[in-house]
Design a protein around this ligand. Structure first.
Ligand code: SME
Length: 160
């Protein structure tokens, strides 16, 4: 059974440790739902100031909520809508310091103030997005973007 250790040191060092934990936890397992569920739980408990961490998967038409930690969320998000749909169509990580100021933001949890969404692509194939919400404005820095993008990539590499 995988056991997560507390993260120590600088933020960069912590993301290095978290990535190692992710790789160890996902090693040898290719089930998308299983890996998304454990990854959501690991990140939600490892990082501070988060109120939602999870996945939306592309079903060939729109984004559909997958495994997550946090309050129940909107189930379906059209491509191009909200922060998640924007990440999916632009293929760019969306780092939103103030969700109230993001045109079209979809409020699933009224506590959310800032958000980071990493698009998940295998080559040109859209798999979905990895979404993190925080009750703290501007919670996500460029370091968080880099660290969480690497973690998302580790997930993509386990999917088939
Ligand atoms: N805020 C997201 C919707 C998903 S929830 O945050 C879990 C968006 O605007 O796409």
């Amino acid at each position: 059974m995988f056991h997560a250790h507390a993260l120590t040191g600088s933020k960069a060092e912590q993301y290095g440790q978290l990535l190692e934990q992710v790789q160890a936890m996902l090693a040898g397992e290719h089930d998308r739902v299983a890996n998304a569920a454990n990854l959501s739980a690991l990140v939600y408990h490892a990082l501070p100031q988060l109120n939602w961490v999870g996945f939306y998967f592309f079903d060939g038409h729109e984004l559909v909520v997958g495994p997550f930690q946090g309050k129940p969320a909107c189930v379906r998000i059209a491509l191009g809508r909200g922060v998640c749909g924007t990440a999916a169509v632009t293929r760019q990580v969306q780092r939103v310091e103030d969700v109230m100021a993001f045109d079209g933001h979809i409020a699933c949890d009224a506590d959310s103030r800032s958000e980071l969404v990493v698009p998940l692509y295998r080559g040109d194939e859209l798999i979905g997005v990895f979404d993190l919400d925080s009750p703290v404005p501007a919670r996500f820095t460029a370091e968080d973007k880099a660290g969480l993008s690497a973690i998302a990539q580790a997930f993509v590499e386990t999917t088939r």
